[in-house]
Design a protein around this ligand. Structure first.
Ligand SMILES: Cc1cc2nc3c(=O)[nH]c(=O)nc-3n(C[C@H](O)[C@H](O)[C@H](O)COP(=O)(O)OP(=O)(O)OC[C@H]3O[C@@H](n4cnc5c(N)ncnc54)[C@H](O)[C@@H]3O)c2cc1C
Length: 533
């Protein structure tokens, strides 16, 4: 069963590799295992539901608790240490598009607010009802809407019900020889509808595209009516309605059906590990690879601290020591940076790509280490997140923040984010272990993705104070350096204060008008993107 207060399946227990705790004690300080809330204690904090009965709505405390939290660090702290905060009054499980419409109409008639829920993997506070919201709130869970309704093999277009999650979606396509190729790290639980409305980006977006590239059309159930967006290959018929759905974060409507561009399964796929002697050398190589527009499927460059952390936490100390001696001999010693490359395509394409990319990385001082590291990365690409459970249980919590900007500002952004996080915690007498990678690259710039490991506080209030200090300092640094407030996680409520810097007052007024037009009574009231009226 899925964990109610952490990541993933509760039968899967990750163990920290040998040496990991010593490494963190050295960098962050010693920690003690926190005393977590038990499920019964959390459920005791759930007040009685204020909803009248409906055959598709569950009102038991556990269903409501589970549907009211995502996976942000704020959500973790609320569930593990309390207080659990405001939860929804009921959870609806529609089984058809018609159920979705009927539930919206019922909620409207009852004066109930609605928050759509996909896989509940949001990391920016999308799902919690506003603390001071007096009206009852219904979570509209898309989990039972999972079918592949149509596959047009000629056009390579597949239409799914929007609640389908990553593994189920890929299995249904692979059974017919196709794939979508959207692999965020939250793949196991995140839903197709969630990917679209948060503008998600998968690990191999270089080949398969971000959600805005593969989202071809669909149906959005707004309180004011249904939008039907046909999957045309191109159109000059005015503004593209898909752009309104992308990033709408549940404020314009419920996405019930999604048509996506799919591809045939590739013949060959390789992931390679390449080390560079310095950040500057790695950055120059990655930029050139992106600007040459080589058809790679992934480029992911870790900075020196992330590279060291990856190697220290990989286990297999003997093999890693041998690898480091070899790399130092080849000129990649202290300060080395790891690039993971994905090569996907036909056998001759992959061979040619490897030769061309190899010539380029060698020209920048890169040392290829073959497929072994790449295979290890691919094997753990979705499982690594389970370490967050083990880290929490040892007294350490993890948060991630991300942005994107032009190449000219990338290195300054990395420095500013890491420094802002460290300073915010230093002001509270704490330390954090911060490290960064460029997760997605483009010809003009890159995303910047930083991870922070810090100590869990003595209680929920202390942990939340550390998290808020970190979050607001990093958000301020991102805005000051001219980056977007999110490259892939979205805005939710955690980032909405930073939106004005990016969209302008006039742009936000346009967004407010669109929300008011699609949802005149303010039924879809998560408070994502914009405060509630
Ligand atoms: C460990 C971890 C790793 C992650 N890695 C990545 C990554 O690599 N790339 C990435 O892009 N993101 C990543 N994320 C973030 C998250 O997985 C994405 O934001 C994802 O797109 C959310 O999808 P979901 O189905 O879980 O949506 P939810 O969390 O359920 O909801 C998110 C928002 O979408 C709305 N919503 C959901 N479904 C619908 C619908 N059908 N109609 C209308 N509104 C809807 C909700 O109301 C909410 O506002 C990660 C998260 C975690 C916890």
């Amino acid at each position: 069963m899925r964990r109610w207060n952490g990541w993933g399946d509760d039968t899967v227990q990750a163990t920290l590799p040998a040496g990991a705790l010593d490494f963190l004690r050295e960098r962050v300080g010693p920690a003690r295992p926190p005393a977590d809330l038990r499920l019964a204690e959390a459920l005791a904090q759930v007040p009685a539901s204020r909803l009248s009965p409906h055959p598709l709505v569950q009102t038991d405390a556990e269903a409501r608790l589970r549907a009211s939290h995502g996976q942000s660090l704020g959500d973790w702290i609320a569930l593990r240490q309390g207080p659990i905060g405001r939860v929804c009054d009921g959870v609806a499980f529609p089984e058809t598009r018609e159920d979705v419409r009927a539930l919206l109409d019922w909620a409207q008639a009852q004066g109930v607010l609605v928050i759509p829920v996909g896989g509940a993997t949001s990391v920016v506070g999308h799902l919690r009802p506003e603390a001071d919201e007096p009206r009852p709130v219904l979570a509209l869970a898309m989990a039972r809407l999972r079918a592949l309704s149509e596959l047009d093999e000629t056009a390579q277009l597949a239409t799914f019900e929007a609640g389908v999650t990553g593994p189920d979606l890929e299995a249904q396509l692979r059974a017919r020889g196709f794939m979508l190729g959207h692999f965020p790290q939250s793949f196991d639980y995140a839903s197709l509808g969630g990917w679209v409305v948060t503008r998600s980006s998968g690990q191999q977006s270089l080949r398969y595209g971000r959600s805005e590239q593969w989202f071809a059309g669909g149906r959005l159930q707004t309180p004011g009516g249904e939008w039907v967006i046909p999957p045309l290959p191109a159109s000059a018929a005015g503004p593209d309605l898909r752009e309104w759905v992308l990033g709408s974060e549940g404020r314009l409507g419920v996405l019930s059906d999604v048509t996506v561009q799919v591809s045939r399964l590739p013949e060959r796929e390789q992931f390679l590990g390449v080390f560079f002697p310095s950040w500057e050398a790695g950055l120059a190589a990655v930029r050139e690879l992106a600007q040459r527009r080589l058809p790679l499927s992934m480029l992911r460059l870790s900075n020196a601290v992330e590279t060291e952390t990856t190697l220290r936490l990989a286990g297999h100390a003997g093999t890693i020591a041998w690898l480091e001696r070899y790399l130092a001999w080849r000129g990649c010693g202290t300060g080395k940076c790891l690039l993971m490359l994905g090569l996907t395509g036909s056998v001759p394409q992959v061979r040619a790509l490897r030769a061309e990319a190899g010539a380029l990385w060698r020209a920048h001082g890169g040392v290829g280490t073959g497929e072994r590291l790449g295979r290890a990365w691919a094997a753990k690409r979705f499982a690594g997140v389970y370490l967050r459970n083990a880290l929490w249980e040892a007294g350490y919590m993890v948060d991630t923040m991300e942005t994107a900007l032009a190449w000219t500002g990338t290195s300054a952004m990395v420095q500013a984010i890491e420094q802002a996080g460290a300073q915010a915690l230093a002001a509270l007498g704490e330390r954090c272990h911060a490290y960064t990678h460029l997760s997605h690259v483009y010809p003009t710039g890159s995303s910047v993705y930083s991870t922070f490991v810090l100590r869990v506080g003595a209680d929920g209030a202390e942990s939340a104070a550390r998290w808020r200090a970190l979050k607001s300092a990093v958000n301020a640094a991102i805005v000051a350096q001219g980056g977007t407030i999110s490259h892939q996680h979205g805005v939710g409520r955690d980032h909405r204060d930073a939106l004005a810097a990016e969209k302008s007052a006039a742009g936000l007024a346009q967004l407010d008008a669109a929300i008011a037009q699609a949802d005149p009574q303010g039924l879809l009231a998560s408070g994502n993107l914009r405060p509630l009226r």
